[in-house]
Unconditional design. Structure first.
Length: 593
């Protein structure tokens, strides 16, 4: 006997009314909120010096500030690049898996030369201000812009011209984990084997970033490593720094937060207790529902890795005179952040020119050395139910959707229960039949877009329809019962691009950064034509998160056409939260000379 599927497509409830900045009402609520630990973030990156035309890669670590273990609180993180005026130049949101994530910024030619800060944080961390977030110094050199004023001038504000911390000894610890290479000197385009050796058993197990990068010839302050982070951020706040009456950023525990407001168009007054449907369209569509609160605010969380960066929010009933808006969470105030003061010197000119030429050549051949974007976990829009799919090319075609339902689908069609506009109904299975559901409408979507008013799509051009998927189970959406679900798929699959909801909004959104598999150069068995492609990689090896669970972990990579000294860095944390940093240097020589 088929098990009846009842889906509750409603937002998970909460004990408090949730808004992006919630106002704490009383002492009891404050005490409950303080029981949730604060977080802290470390970001290992490939800076601190980056040129326009290069990628700034980063590995993101988020911890419970009380236990120093990987967080199980936030599942969304944020990385931003801000300038000395506090302007956000670049910002990315990333999905966290047990506190870990990765990403990269491409520094395009629109980013001016200057001193910047790289910030790493979660929404929950914003409650304790900028002191709680990770802050790393980044210097951007953009030789393609004439204005270099941010890196010129006197040195009265900080570090003197030409003085660098490049040769300062950074804290490191190789007593637990060591880096073993097969040689110390290598040739160009040479294969390198190396291994991590864990000498402390379970105490050495953890997650580590591995980086092999050419040592910079332009002196800058070195980036913070994990061991320095462990000291510098040891005394960050362990709980929220808030009092009764303060506004609060709530943690993104259930997923990425979407929120906004419903108002009367004329008066601007909030619209209270109205039901809304939110669609993220596409083949793997997502359908959520929510209800506005006493301030007219609505919110919902999305945990899935959606593909289409677009959100459609609609009133579930015709609502003339009412309007919706989708808001964004306010950015962190960085006005109190202090910046490094790197200054250019004339003797850097040849190094800048050389590195810029190498970057241009590398970018010219990027198409033959591409990174690959990971697709992420597939989304089942039907939540386990198996739809019946009707391909219209298998039948005689009729002009409209209404006629198609009548002539082809015997158990789905338009009805009117005498209480309003016509609606689409899907007959129940004989098994699990319930009489009251005979009067309920179906949930209807076109290319993943929820259609609140079925009458308005009666005349939809059926020549555009590729297939119709039907489920005959019972559903519940925002407190309302539905009989069945129908998903209409068009040939182009882009109905959402031109859909203008009569009572709602259709807006683009910035979706979380997808994870990548970074390109690994390989010269084994390549043809002669490929051997002629120049190779000026300064970052020879990048592994954002290598999980060490035993005595040995082995890797291999190839050198490029660049010669000189390359720094090898292992940087990360044991499963017990202990920071580990190990440095090593290898040399690449041109053995043909």
């Amino acid at each position: 006997m088929k098990k009846q599927l009842i889906l509750f497509l409603a937002l998970i409830g909460a004990t408090v009314v949730v808004r992006p900045q919630y106002v704490i009402k009383d002492v009891g609520e404050l005490m409950d909120l303080k029981k949730l630990a604060q977080e802290k973030v470390y970001v290992h990156h490939t800076g601190p010096l980056v040129f326009a035309g290069e990628y700034l890669h980063y590995a993101f670590y988020c911890f419970n500030a009380q236990t120093n273990r990987s967080t199980n609180i936030s599942i969304m993180g944020y990385v931003a690049l801000v300038d000395e005026e506090g302007k956000y130049i670049l910002e990315q949101k990333i999905r966290l898996d047990k506190g870990l994530s990765q990403g990269d910024f491409f520094i395009n030619t629109d980013v001016p030369s200057g001193n910047y800060k790289l910030l790493g944080y979660t929404q929950w961390m914003k409650n304790n201000g900028v002191k709680q977030v990770f802050k790393g110094d980044i210097v951007v050199i953009n030789p393609y812009q004439a204005d270099q004023s941010k890196l010129l001038g006197d040195n009265s504000q900080g570090e003197a011209t030409g003085v660098s911390n490049m040769e300062m000894e950074k804290p490191s610890d190789s007593s637990m984990i060591q880096l073993h290479f097969d040689k110390k000197h290598y040739g160009t385009r040479d294969k390198i084997h190396f291994a991590l050796k864990n000498y402390k058993g379970q105490l050495g197990n953890g997650n580590y970033t591995l980086r092999v990068q050419k040592k910079a010839t332009i002196p800058t302050s070195l980036a913070m490593n994990a061991m320095e982070f462990g000291t510098a951020y040891f005394n960050v706040d362990k709980q929220i720094d808030k009092e009764v009456g303060d506004s609060l950023f709530l943690p993104e525990q259930r997923g990425e937060l979407f929120y906004g407001k419903a108002r009367e168009r004329d008066s601007g007054k909030p619209v209270v207790d109205v039901s809304l449907a939110m669609s993220i369209p596409g083949d793997e569509f997502i359908l959520k529902s929510t209800v506005t609160d006493n301030n007219g605010s609505f919110y919902t969380y999305v945990r899935e890795e959606y593909k289409e960066p677009r959100v459609i929010v609609q009133f579930m009933e015709d609502s003339p005179g009412l309007g919706l808006e989708l808001d964004t969470v306010p950015k962190l105030d960085v006005s109190g952040v202090t910046f490094n003061h790197f200054r250019l010197k004339p003797e850097y000119a040849s190094a800048i020119k050389e590195r810029s030429i190498y970057n241009q050549i590398e970018n010219q051949f990027f198409s033959v050395k591409p990174d690959s974007v990971l697709l992420g976990d597939p989304i089942d829009p039907f939540d386990g139910a198996i739809p019946e799919v009707i391909s219209l090319d298998d039948y005689t075609r009729f002009p409209t959707l209404q006629e198609t339902l009548v002539e082809i689908l015997g158990y789905a069609g338009y009805r009117n229960n005498g209480k309003g506009a016509d609606y689409i109904h899907i007959n129940q299975d004989v098994e699990g039949y319930q009489k009251e559901y005979d009067q309920y409408p179906a949930i209807v979507l076109i290319d993943g877009v929820f259609i609140p008013n079925h009458e308005r799509i009666k005349a939809f051009d059926a020549r555009l329809i590729k297939s119709i998927s039907l489920i005959r189970d019972k559903f519940r959406l925002s407190g309302k019962d539905y009989q069945g679900m129908m998903e209409v798929t068009t040939f182009d699959g882009n109905f959402y691009e031109t859909y203008t909801p009569e009572f709602g909004i259709n807006v683009p959104v910035e979706k979380p950064l997808p994870k990548k598999n970074y390109y690994r150069q390989n010269y084994d068995g390549v043809d002669a034509q490929y051997q002629k492609i120049p190779d000026y990689r300064s970052l020879l090896f990048w592994e954002p998160h290598a999980q060490l669970t035993g005595d040995t972990l082995e890797f291999e990579f190839y050198t490029s056409d660049l010669t000189g000294e390359f720094e090898v860095v292992l940087d990360g944390f044991t499963t017990y939260g202990k920071p580990i940093t190990v440095y090593k240097t290898i040399t690449v020589r041109d053995e043909s000379q």
